[in-house]
Design a protein around this ligand. Structure first.
Ligand code: NAD
Length: 264
């Protein structure tokens, strides 16, 4: 299927690794021009080089910006004035008992996970409305509808993204702009690999055993009983970014392996 993304420009926040990197790669494979982002210039340069190697002819560049800094975001917006597709992917997660989460951490999670998408959308979304075409995609999480009690601050930010996404979609009425959220479930990104390795080390078991145990005890409702691959998430995001998905607007689309026990 041709996703008709040739000639479109996409910005994917937080894309030097994990789900963001896979989304960038998938969009490049479809012929889109992609701007990737990360905090560290060296890591960003390495990711651009790797994408060029993995996708021959890829039109990819990188802009460094830390979403915990409003100044960095302003610099990014000055460097990239307009895009057709905005993927709000940058995000942080860390299990922590509720009573140990400080005000500073609540605010940091809010700034990186929520304000990042707000600041970028505030700039790009009105321009999309003006030219009457655009895609805004928030990478939320199954934890946004299925509160993860081991990281309530994280879950809160992922729910907030769903409200912003639906709210912006309301403003697209009668246009060719869509705003949607994609909700991954447990996905084997670099960040999650680190998390599972620590779990395995702590329990003195192999990675495979830790994964099996994770799905047995922490995510028993998962229908696939394994981590999704980052490419499996990127496939859905690429479709939502495509002109082919025009009738999908204001939706929260799950790619969660069936973890959330919901019919819709
Ligand atoms: P990851 O840790 O592997 O990658 C995160 C990316 O975000 C990295 O490129 C990192 O550089 C970037 N990033 C982090 N903080 C940043 C900041 N302050 N400024 C700029 N960039 C920053 O994570 P991932 O698992 O690929 O997660 C990506 C998104 O998917 C996140 O929003 C996460 O909440 C969501 N998600 C992940 C899972 C999962 O199981 N992996 C599940 C549901 C939702």
């Amino acid at each position: 299927m041709d996703l008709q993304l040739k000639g479109k420009t996409a910005l994917v926040s937080g894309s030097t690794q994990g789900i963001g990197y896979a989304i960038a790669k998938r969009l490049l494979t479809e012929g889109a021009r992609v701007i990737i982002n990360g905090r560290n210039q060296q890591k960003l340069d390495d990711a651009v080089a790797k994408l060029k190697q993995e996708v021959p002819g890829a039109d990819v560049s990188g802009v460094a910006a830390d979403f915990a800094s409003a100044n960095d975001v302003d610099a990014l917006l000055a460097a990239v004035d307009e895009v057709d597709i905005l993927v709000n992917n940058a995000g942080i997660f860390e299990p922590k008992p509720f009573e140990q989460i400080s005000d500073e951490e609540w605010l940091r999670f809010f700034e990186v996970n929520v304000l990042s998408g707000v600041r970028l959308s505030r700039h790009y979304f009105p321009k999309m409305l003006k030219k009457d075409w655009g895609r805004v995609i928030f990478i939320s999480s199954e934890s946004g509808i299925n509160v993860a009690e081991e990281m309530i601050h994280y879950s809160t930010t992922k729910t907030a993204q769903l409200t912003i996404s639906r709210g912006l979609a309301e403003l697209t009425k009668g246009t060719n702009v869509t705003v949607n959220a994609v909700l991954p479930g447990p996905t084997r990104s670099e960040g999650v690999n680190e998390f599972v390795s620590q779990l395995a080390q702590g329990q003195g078991v192999t990675l495979e055993d830790a994964e099996r145990d994770f799905f047995k005890t922490a995510r028993p409702t998962s229908l696939i009983q394994r981590f999704a691959s980052v490419d499996e998430i990127a496939n859905l995001v690429a479709y939502v970014a495509s002109p082919l998905s025009a009738a999908t607007n204001g939706s929260a689309l799950r790619a969660d392996g069936g973890v959330a026990k919901l019919i819709i």
